[in-house]
Design a protein around this ligand. Sequence first.
Ligand SMILES: *Cc1c(COP(=O)(O)O)cnc(C)c1O
Length: 549
Amino acid sequence: MDITSLLRENIRQMAPYSTARDEYEGDLGIYLDANENPFDNGFNRYPDPHNKRIRAKVSAMRGIPAEQIFVGGNGSDEPIDLLFRVFCEPRQDEALSIAPSYGMYRVAAATNDIRLTEVPLDADFRLSADALLAHATPRTKLLFLCSPNNPSGNLLDPEEVEKTIRNFGGIVVLDEAYIDFADHEGFLPHLSEFPNLVVLQTLSKAWGMAGIRIGFAFAGPEIVAAMERIKYPYSVNVITERLVLRELEREAIRREQIATLIDQRRKLVAALEQIPLIRRVFPSDANFVLVKVDEPRKIYNHLIERGIIVRDRSRIAGCEGCLRLTVGTPEENAALIDALQNPDQPFDRSTLPVGGGERCVTVTRKSRETDISVTLDLDNAAPSQISTGLGFFDHMLDQIVHHGKFSLRLTATGDLQVDEHHTIEDTALVLGEAFRLALGDKRGIGRYGFALPMDESRALVLLDFGGRIATRWDVELKRERIGDVPTEMFEHFFDSFAQAARCNLHIAARGRNEHHMIEGVFKAFARALRMAVERQTLDFDLPSSKGLL
Ligand SMILES: *Cc1c(COP(=O)(O)O)cnc(C)c1O
């Protein structure tokens, strides 16, 4: 198959824009070639126009040579548009797609003034290569397939996909945005067998990078070279490049999340099938489920009232009566199921799930003396619920949450009739454990401290999550109790926390009013924690030279 003959004439003739960085490639030197500001702030230099580092990384991960990878600086949307511009002569050439499918093919076709014929899948959203190809004309240059398909959710039969690729005389663009959720390897491993195949994979879905806009097109070197020739030279900026390289290192975490979402999809489908409101649940190989209902708008609005936003797809041909439900966290899915099972129940805001972030954990601990449950989210400042049975202790824990901008649900029931000791100690152990787990791989986490005046008192907290465990307590308290907490228990609280969180914690306070001193300590502790757990999005190295983290 001659790919060159499929290219538009002007593209074939065209020489690419040559950037300053194209003319000289090297790492060390005095760069006076691109009219940049020479004072380094981390992003004063232009990015690599050819995305070499990202391509090398993806090449190693996917086993595809770098010259067969195109990096899209605006997710998959950029390659979709570029493919029209590379292959389709406006107002002359044509394209084909399945329907229903992703709306961007139609937008890109219209933008480029190309007629797009949308060929319906059957009632079960199945592909027939023959039915689709019957619509191809000599002017049909591009054909879009999406598998698993959006919005139907199903994987297209790989045999029909292969038949389509083999029997079509133009370029087949196979959009595999959701392939990580399917029990199928997709077509990337077979790319070399099909010179007219372009596989699109985005990092916006399974890989959790929708916000930074990056995606890939995999194809033969000639197709990739043509796309490179006409793309904007610096479409991937230096900040995106750094984040992508860092996130691609976290493949193990991503795989775990994908497994969780697949398991959640199975549970969600099983629950949806039992709900009387729902007429049909379409099989899904993606991270969403299409369902058919009698009154889609009414249910959509009802879900909105419950604080749940889904996608109403009922006006799309082939999806009449359908809503598209994205698979969320276990708590979010439970809220969705509950809302659909009990449509008449009024909305109670406090039932909205907290957290669900990557750094949200629940830790429970039950012993003869205490029963403790902690849900901690480092990245959400949702309203907290704290109850230990000790008023002053609750107040201090609330300082940690409020000044640290965390979200915390903590209930502790202990043998307070005996003594406060067990309740405070075990709460500190569970809380420390929660911080340790929530911090995960500790990338971007450092050592921090915070000093704080509190009226006539001052408090200082130094904190290091570098892996060593120690506490130093330099706070002299003469009172026996503050509120309902024995003063000796404060040192014990921080000591237990440091053991469980595996941190190094130094605390000092001076003053005359001991209530102020302790409150200052908790506030400074909160601020030091906040600084320590803050994700340094632009700093992708571990902050320790010893590699102890
Ligand atoms: C979400 C989605 C994409 C990805 O778009 P990006 O621009 O990469 O965020 C591509 N194709 C389909 C079918 C999608 O649903």
